[in-house]
Ligand binder design. Structure first.
Ligand code: SAH
Length: 398
């Protein structure tokens, strides 16, 4: 057997790794040029030559690899992956037993012990997502491990490791039976259409499950709801299940219209009562202001970064002004559901943006709840960026 490569951590990084930080940033190791082939397993050492952990080399925009184990003798073989996957499945037992929810995450990267890999379950089918060529090098081992611990109808994958972590176009079917397109999945009794083999996104963001449920159960009855950045209308579907009087969905992408309609039909929502608008959210705010259209509830769930023909939006820089726009068309006493999946700042910094917006717009805020990642999206305490989702329900008094 060839000797495992040894890479030494930079002096400043040793303690961070010893405390369990799982991601290796470029500047946390010395002589990283020794690493050439993604997927290489190496021992991370102190500058004095003591073993810290075993890691793999894989390039993501986040870093150059992930820690796999701090046990020196543990081999990174099929048994290793079987162990991680079966522990992850065990953790989701309650999800498998709950018949009202058939779509959830069964493996959440470093939160389940292997950075760079997520696996989602969609009503009998599994979707593996690879975030570097490094983790993809373990593909057949991981698929065999998955097969050793569970049965499935079919397997799909998304390779998200083109430059800047972009999705690589292609046939995403791996093996087993092909899923119907659309495949119908359930979430807390609601039905959603997903397409496992139709580009980068399947049609539902599983991490928002709890926020959708809160919207449905506590904020929708009799209410008018504006769902911005609506994508397939999942928040509006939840609002209708909760008895909303009317929803308006706004998204700049053309595909949005038929996908929202499809989800409405699946849930018995009469779509004539609803508006689905294909337009820029910022243009919609201008339009609503001009026409004095106001809402009881506004959902703001923008991507962290977005570029349209007219402007770029960055959650870090522009969330405050997005909130100011929303405040201008919220009814007195209405609720803004402000969400961001940007891992670059935490809840405190997000709340600061909310405070700023309320001061600027001269309104009072009352945060009625904060929703974070659901239980199928575990993260490790030593890696805060993994706890990325922040959803704040803000009651606005004018
Ligand atoms: N809130 C959605 C997910 C949003 S995904 C859900 O819960 O399912 C982000 C969406 O924002 C994409 O559909 C994209 O087309 C849309 N988008 C990005 N920039 C936009 C803009 N300026 N105006 C309207 N939609 C935008």
């Amino acid at each position: 057997m060839t000797e495992t490569m040894k890479i030494s951590a930079s002096k400043q990084a040793v303690e961070t790794f010893q405390k369990g930080y799982p991601l290796i940033h470029e500047d946390m190791v010395n002589k990283r040029e020794k690493l050439s082939e993604e997927g290489t397993v190496f021992d991370l050492m102190t500058p004095q030559g003591q073993f810290i952990a075993k890691a793999y080399y894989g390039l993501q925009n986040k870093g150059i690899g992930w820690i796999l184990t701090n046990k020196k003798e543990e081999a990174i073989d099929q048994q290793f992956f079987v162990g991680k996957l079966s522990a992850a499945l065990q953790r989701r037992k309650a999800f498998f037993e709950d018949e009202s929810t058939t779509a959830f995450r069964i493996f959440n990267g470093e939160g389940d012990g292997i950075g760079g890999l997520t696996i989602d379950y969609f009503n009998g089918y599994y979707m593996l997502q690879w975030y570097s060529a490094g983790i993809y090098a373990f593909r057949s081992l991981i698929i065999r491990a998955l097969e050793a611990v569970t049965a499935y109808e079919g397997l799909y994958e998304k390779r998200r490791f083109q430059q800047q972590g972009q999705y690589i176009e292609g046939d995403d079917f791996v093996k087993g039976k092909e899923a119907p397109a659309p495949l119908h999945v359930k979430e807390n009794g609601m039905t959603f259409a997903v397409y496992l083999n139709d580009g980068a996104m399947v049609g539902i963001f599983l991490d928002q499950r709890e926020a959708r449920k809160r919207l449905r159960d506590e904020y929708s009855a009799g209410k008018t709801v504006l769902n911005t950045f609506s994508y397939t209308g999942a928040f509006s579907v939840a609002a209708h299940h909760g008895g909303a009087a009317k929803t308006v969905d706004v998204d700049v992408a053309n595909r949005s219209k038929s996908r929202v309609q499809e989800n409405f039909e699946l849930n018995g929502v009469i779509s004539e009562d609803q508006e689905i608008r294909i337009m820029d959210v910022f243009a919609y705010f201008d339009y609503a202001k001009k026409k004095n259209i106001t809402y009881d509830v506004i959902v703001l769930d923008p991507p962290s970064f977005a570029r349209t023909k007219k402007r770029t939006f960055s959650a870090a820089k522009d969330y405050t002004s997005l909130l100011v726009d929303a405040i201008s068309i919220i009814k007195d006493g209405g609720t803004i559901i402000a969400s961001t999946n940007f891992g670059g700042f935490g809840m405190k910094a997000f709340q600061k943006q909310i405070d700023k917006a309320c001061t600027k717009a001269e309104v009072k805020q009352n945060v009625t709840e904060r929703v974070r990642l659901p239980d199928d999206h575990p993260y490790t305490a030593s890696y805060k960026e993994g706890d990325y989702l922040k959803v704040v329900f803000i009651e606005i008094t004018k």
